[in-house]
Write a protein that binds this ligand. Structure first.
Ligand code: ZN
Length: 424
């Protein structure tokens, strides 16, 4: 009787078995052939061979023959926004998944409460969408150009703003400097870091990259700022900007005339040693610089976006409508000068974190598709495909201290995975 009972005992249940799959080991730079990956709920439960797999009863079996398995993509800089068309932002959630983006880092907008609600609903499996990590409203000065910011003009207001971000349980803090004074900007980095957040942001013209890095800023958002640390005149230029002696156009001209790779490399190494990385958002800079040479309006992916979101692209197109040929050339020169820094940044040890700026306002920067184009651009400008993948799926989680859960196809890690037809 006992023997009979043992014989009838059911095998332990798992949710998904992927048979015969080639695992892309990004960190180890190798392909692990013909493995069996067992998934239970949201987690990779076991990895092994056919004998191991035969001990379990999968609810679903996927034949991985000839295919490749890697962690889902992270787009580490997107924007949900547009208070008048929240529904069009909701439509982006499945669109991200359709392009293999299983995590997005939302770098603020004007619909933060909605985004926080979606984040929680997705975590609770009540809504389909990528995992969302969001800054909530970003910190700015008074009357900044962006709607939805937490505007502060004193230490006291800054403390209250940080209190409110704690109540919202935001995942990181974003700070920009449209109207925020440099001293308060520095204070904001220090205070947000002290409260345990990773801090990201732009770089005020009156500060050097080293200053914001030493204050604790964990990423420089947008590659263009790295040009500032690529000239021996950085301190002089930032002092000139602080005192008002230099306009931004004059500062830019001095910077472009004095670029020096050896200075850049030494500064990047210093930033790396202080734990500061960069989110290049190369794609949006490219789109803006080369707007006149592309026919983005013919892109078929536009059919997947809502009308108001597409309309928001005009904000920048109209701002650029009065550009002179010289302005257009300057944009291209600035883009190319910044893009060629990528391999040096990589070599310096600074973490490159792949994010696209996709979302409302950001012209022809398509949610979902954008990260593929961003990684392509990384490779075009000198990173290896492996380094590009690391920037998305390993450095993304690293920013949040989530490397235990994400970044590889390994036992115990999240089962946010991509099944690919070819080796990426
Ligand atoms: Zn952005």
């Amino acid at each position: 009787m006992a023997a009979l009972l043992i014989g009838c005992q059911e095998k332990p249940q798992i949710d998904i078995l992927i048979k015969n799959i080639n695992i892309v080991d990004i960190e180890g730079d190798s392909i692990l052939n013909s493995h069996y990956v067992l998934i239970r709920q949201d987690t990779i439960f076991a990895i092994g061979d056919e004998i191991l797999a035969s001990q379990y009863n999968p609810a679903e079996t996927i034949d991985g023959e000839g295919k490749f398995l890697m962690p889902g993509l992270w787009d580490n800089h997107v924007h949900f926004g547009g208070a008048g068309y929240i529904d069009e932002n909701v439509q982006l959630l499945p669109l991200y998944l359709a392009f293999g983006v299983t995590t997005v880092r939302d770098a603020s907008g004007d619909i933060s409460l909605e985004v926080l609600k979606w984040r929680d609903e997705i975590n609770e499996r009540k809504r389909i969408g990528p995992k969302i990590l969001t800054s909530g409203p970003k910190i700015e000065g008074i009357e900044s150009i962006w709607p939805g910011d937490l505007e502060v003009s004193s230490s006291d207001e800054l403390d209250k703003a940080l209190d409110s971000l704690e109540i919202l349980k935001v995942d990181f803090v974003k700070i920009t400097d449209n109207t925020m004074k440099p001293a308060l900007f520095m204070e904001a980095i220090k205070k947000a870091t002290a409260r345990g957040w990773s801090v990201s942001g732009h770089i005020p013209a009156a500060l050097t990259l080293d200053q914001v890095s030493k204050a604790g800023q964990k990423t420089v958002e947008h590659l263009g700022y790295m040009l500032r640390a690529s000239t021996p005149k950085e301190s002089e230029i930032s002092a000139g900007r602080a005192s008002g002696k230099l306009t931004s156009i004059e500062a830019n001209a001095i910077q472009m005339e004095t670029l020096d790779d050896s200075v850049a490399m030494a500064n990047f190494r210093q930033l790396a040693s202080q734990g500061t990385g960069v989110v290049p958002t190369l794609l949006i800079s490219y789109n803006i610089a080369y707007l006149d040479e592309n026919e983005f309006e013919k892109d078929t992916i536009l059919n997947y976006l809502g009308p108001m979101l597409k309309e928001s692209y005009q904000w920048r197109i109209q701002r650029m409508a009065t550009d002179t040929p010289e302005d257009r050339q300057n944009r291209k020169d600035g883009f190319e000068a910044a893009a060629r820094l990528l391999p040096m940044i990589q070599e310096s040890g600074m973490k490159i974190i792949a994010g696209t700026d996709a979302g409302y306002l950001n012209t022809y920067d398509y949610p979902g598709l954008a990260i593929h184009l961003e990684l392509q651009k990384f490779v075009e400008y000198g990173l290896t495909p492996r380094e590009a993948l690391i920037a998305s799926v390993i450095n993304g989680p690293g920013y949040f201290g989530m490397e235990k859960e994400f970044g590889a196809v390994k036992v115990g890690k999240s089962a946010n995975l991509l099944l690919l037809n070819s080796n990426p």
